[in-house]
Ligand binder design. Sequence first.
Ligand SMILES: N[C@@H](CCC(=O)N[C@@H](CS)C(=O)NCC(=O)O)C(=O)O
Length: 208
Amino acid sequence: MFTIYGRANSSNVRKVLWLCEEIGQTEYERLDYGRGYKPCSSPEYMALNPNMVVPTLVDGDTVIWESNTQLRYLAAKYGPEEIYPTELVVRACVEQWLDWQLTTAIAGIRHLFQGLHVKDEAFTDPKALEGAHKQATNSMGILDAHMAQSGTYIAGENLTIADCCLGMYVHRWYALPIERAEYPALAAYYHRLSEREAFQKWILEQGV
Ligand SMILES: N[C@@H](CCC(=O)N[C@@H](CS)C(=O)NCC(=O)O)C(=O)O
């Protein structure tokens, strides 16, 4: 049995919990660390994850931080082949979108979430919010264009960890109180994800 350190209302934790549900690995232990719960700045947590963020995954002697790496690890260890395909070109597609989430897509959406939902004063400046909205609109436009030609899911006909990673932020884009551009392929994708029980449990039912 592995342990996931992280509160279930964190986007990065929810990605991992969604994947676990999809692959039927539900016998894990989850400990509430992070904002509003046990502090990530405590010595015992920092010994596991010096970044002071959630989630951290502990599987036996293996300790992994970075949620997308946890997705890769859990999918490779416990999942069916389709969820983290080994065929080179499909694998590259999955990796590309996982990396894009962390390097590009997260910036605007995170700022909007912190400013409009958490209402953290460091993120409420109107000009900065406008910039974040442009960034998020642009990122979701890129994903919309991709979904218009990719098929059912990001890497084709099967759900992969690229969906577990980005579906969380597609949900946030639709759940935040913002103006949204018309993105028909993205909306259809969100609707498809919303029909999955595991997505309902860990993404839709956990709030924004
Ligand atoms: N790149 C990291 C980012 C982790 C991160 O930013 N986690 C947020 C929650 S989504 C966090 O720990 N915030 C501080 C806290 O909850 O104490 C990952 O993907 O694991």
